[in-house]
Write a protein that binds this ligand. Structure first.
Ligand SMILES: Nc1ncnc2c1ncn2[C@@H]1O[C@H](COP(=O)(O)OP(=O)(O)OP(=O)(O)O)[C@@H](O)[C@H]1O
Length: 256
């Protein structure tokens, strides 16, 4: 199964934020989308998720134009975690996470499968202990994990997550990265916007580097997270090394 962006263009406020962008994403993989602020990463995710219609080009899900797929199907198949973690009503954690099952609900209410998916999502994001808390009383990181749990509860075929690690402490960042890997291992496609090159190197099967609404490079992390491509994308020089256990690390050493 693939999710494809085909020749997407999008202008916002008179600026072209996606500029003829094409890319194919594979199920069973984690793809990290990286690039400087304003590169168009969130706009790409919004088009893939169907939250924004591109000015031209199309998104294909399993070869079918997204616009030909019924909305309820799309809601079941694509889970979207937006960049901002605002919750504008007084809802408790358990209720909010359970809302993630909404696209699967039949007329008979919550089923055993719904309850199992909700429990698994809360365990994967370490929020079960917060279940009775009002979401707006949580810290930013706790709220971020609850919102991720809500998306995971929907067991989407595709998880599109826009900076899910923002405001998480290092332990929970590692937990969420492991969780994303687990989702991909179970066959779903994960597309995640990240700013940290090391987290991308750790989690991704494929990396997309974006700049000015275009793709600079798309491929395995070792082929894409190179000093030359990092310089072209971000305008910084970088040192790439390996830890004793073979993990790649990348340090931005200065502007170039
Ligand atoms: N509603 C809007 N109206 C006008 N311009 C917009 C709008 N939304 C986004 N933009 C602009 O489009 C460009 C791409 O924005 P986008 O949020 O996709 O970038 P990004 O790569 O996700 O950035 P960041 O890393 O800062 O989150 C930016 O220059 C942004 O200012």
């Amino acid at each position: 199964m693939t999710l494809q962006a085909q020749d997407l263009t999008l202008a916002l406020g008179g600026t072209r934020v996606l500029d003829g962008l094409s890319a194919g994403f594979l199920a069973g993989q984690v793809t990290a989308v990286l690039g400087p602020n304003g590169a168009g990463k969130s706009s790409l995710l919004a088009c893939l998720a169907g939250l924004r219609a591109p000015d031209s080009g199309m998104v294909l899900l399993g070869g079918v134009p997204r616009t030909d797929i019924p909305r309820r199907d799309l809601a079941r198949r694509i889970g979207f975690l937006p960049q901002t973690a605002d919750v504008n009503w007084d809802v408790d954690v358990g209720t909010l996470v359970a809302l993630g099952r909404f696209p699967h609900r039949g007329r008979w209410g919550e089923t055993e499968a719904d309850r199992a998916a909700i429990a698994a999502a809360m365990a994967a994001t370490d929020v079960a202990a917060l279940s009775g808390r009002v979401v707006n009383s949580l810290s930013g990181g706790e709220r971020g994990r609850v919102l991720l749990a809500r998306v995971l509860a929907g067991s989407p075929e595709w998880l599109l997550a826009d900076e899910p690690l923002a405001s998480l402490d290092p332990a929970h960042q590692l937990d969420v990265l492991d969780c994303l890997r687990g989702i991909a291992a179970r066959g779903a496609g994960v597309i995640v916007v990240l700013h940290d090159l090391n987290q991308a190197a750790r989690v991704a099967d494929a990396v997309v580097l974006m700049r000015c609404g275009r793709i600079i490079a798309h491929g395995p992390p070792e082929a894409v997270l190179t000093p030359a491509l990092i310089a072209e994308t971000y305008g910084v020089s970088a040192h790439v090394g390996h830890t004793p256990d073979g993990q790649r690390f990348i340090i931005a050493t200065g502007r170039c």
